[in-house]
Each structure stands twice: as C-alpha cells, then as structure tokens.
Design a protein around this ligand. Structure first.
Ligand code: SF4
Ligand code: SF4
Length: 273
C-alpha cells in the first residue's frame, strides 16, 4: 500500500471547510480502546491517524448563557455526518484502503494525538490550543490501515501564564469544576445551586478558555456544519418546545431534559427575584 500524506487528503478536507489537520502513525498514538479499532476492522499497531480540529465558535453571540461548544448542534452528530461524506470519498481516492471516523468515543487519546500531530499545544487549562482557532475546537480523527512516513512531533505546552487558574472560580480543581456541576444529575445542594447561580452558565463553563491569552486572536469561524441551528441563549421554554428528536441533537441532551431544565429554572427563578 502507498504511504499516506497530508497533502493527499487536504483537498478532501478543504471541501468540508477543514483547514486544521495533522497526520501521525497510529503506532505513535496512545491506544486506550483497542476494541474500537477491532470493531472497525482496523489493525491495532499499523496504519495512520488523520487528526482534525473542528472550530465551533461564532462571532457576535454576546448574550450566550451556555458554553460556546453547546451553542451549535451536538458535534457527535455533525462528526458522524462528516464521516459519512468523507470516508466514501477517501476510500474512492485510496482504493483498497479502509478508513473509520471517531469523535470523543475514540480508540486513542485524542488530545495527545492532536498534540503530536501538530494541531496545537496543550494548555494548563487541559485543552488543545490551536494557532488559528485557539481552544474553541472539537477534536475528531480518521483512522486508516494506510501507513505513513509522517513523524510525530514533540508535545508543546502553553505559556503557563496562570491566567486560567486565576480566573477559574475553583482554581482549576477539576474535582469541583463548574462545568461538571452543570451536568450533575438529581437535586443540587444549596451550596451547589448558589455556585451555579453565581457562575451564570446553564451548561458548561468557558472561563478558563476565555481567560487564555492564546485565545485573544482566535478566529471565530465555525465549520460550515456548525453555522446552522445555533441557540446561544437558551430558555426553559425553548427546551420544553423541542420534540425528542430535536432535543437529542443538542449537546446538553446526553444528561436528559431534567438536568438542563433544572439549571434553566434555577437561573430564571433567580433573575425574577
Ligand atoms: S471549566 Fe470553569 S470551573 Fe472548570 S476548570 Fe475551567 S474555569 Fe474552572
Ligand atoms: S491561560 Fe495561561 S496558563 Fe492557562 S492555558 Fe492559557 S497560556 Fe496556559
């Protein structure tokens, strides 16, 4: 089989608006769920990984009351549709090769793979920081049985300026992360409810990325697939009006309606007082 190069796949990626991609041998990646490779019919030790950074942030959404990643439809659905278009195109371009797409539920450590593929550096806020889009990207990857001569790069780090830690309400203590709190099921304690209200976001938290100086010049240009059906300011009435299929396409759907509605009602009741 011929070796895969990034130049060979760039035109296919560009047709989808993807301009932030890297290529590494699968052997250089940390395989964390080998069964997903086997399920996709891919060999465990050989092949290549095309890492993708998919920008999602749009300009002008100043009244947002939830994390920027949750404003467009759930990226798992967008990535699945992307793969459904890209994989046949890739397999037609490389006859005999097999490709499979993954996003989030992946056989490899995506952040590590993105860093060694040169997509960006790893910030102290735990996120990949890309040069063009900053941290406002989803990671996804296409894994193939085609080999590559591409070499993995060194893992870069951020400027360690401390701004994310200083801005974070819990000092980057992931065990108390407010993003996780917005996604907690069941009743909130009085302290948790107070923390959520003070935080002001009904889903997720962007404070540690918004504070990062690497994001100051980040381009707000979402992938075309993320430009439609955006809901920057969510209300309980909007969620209640969604039918089940519509709701299932939102990023906050995976915890069920009760969790996002609890957060929204808490905020809306508080703002009425
Ligand atoms: S998401 Fe928010 S609460 Fe969580 S670590 Fe970042 S700034 Fe802190
Ligand atoms: S805010 Fe500073 S320390 Fe935090 S990720 Fe950005 S550069 Fe690194």
């Amino acid at each position: 089989m011929a070796n895969l190069t990034l130049d060979a796949v760039r035109p296919l990626l560009a047709a989808e608006g993807i301009d932030c991609a890297g290529l590494v041998p699968l052997a250089a990646c940390r395989v964390t769920r080998a069964y997903l490779l086997a399920r996709a019919g891919l060999p465990a030790g050989a092949g290549s990984v095309i890492m993708l950074a998919l920008p999602y942030r749009a300009a002008g959404e100043t009244d947002a009351n939830l994390s920027a990643y949750a404003i467009p439809p759930d990226y798992h659905h967008i990535a699945a549709a992307l793969f459904a278009r890209l994989i046949p195109a890739l397999e037609a371009h490389f006859p005999g090769a097999k490709f499979a797409g993954f996003a989030d539920h992946s056989p490899i450590d995506e952040r590590h793979a993105a860093a060694i593929a040169g997509l960006g550096v790893i910030g102290d806020n735990g996120l990949i920081i890309t040069k063009r889009y900053g941290t406002y990207v989803f990671l996804a990857e296409l894994i193939t049985d085609l080999p590559t001569d591409a070499s993995p790069g060194e893992i870069g780090t951020c400027a360690h300026c401390g701004a994310c830690r200083a801005a974070c309400p819990v000092g980057l203590d992931w065990s108390r992360c407010l993003s996780a709190l917005t996604q907690k099921k069941g009743e909130l304690t009085a302290d948790e409810a107070a923390a959520l209200i003070a935080h002001g976001s009904v889903w997720g938290c962007d404070i540690c990325q918004n504070a990062c100086p690497h994001n100051r010049a980040a381009v707000c240009a979402p992938l075309p697939a993320f430009t439609a059906d955006r809901i920057p300011h969510l209300t309980a009435a909007i969620v209640e009006a969604m039918d089940d299929d519509t709701f299932a396409r939102r990023a906050y759907a995976w915890r069920g309606r009760a969790v996002i509605l609890r957060n929204l009602r808490l905020m809306e009741e508080t703002s009425r007082v």
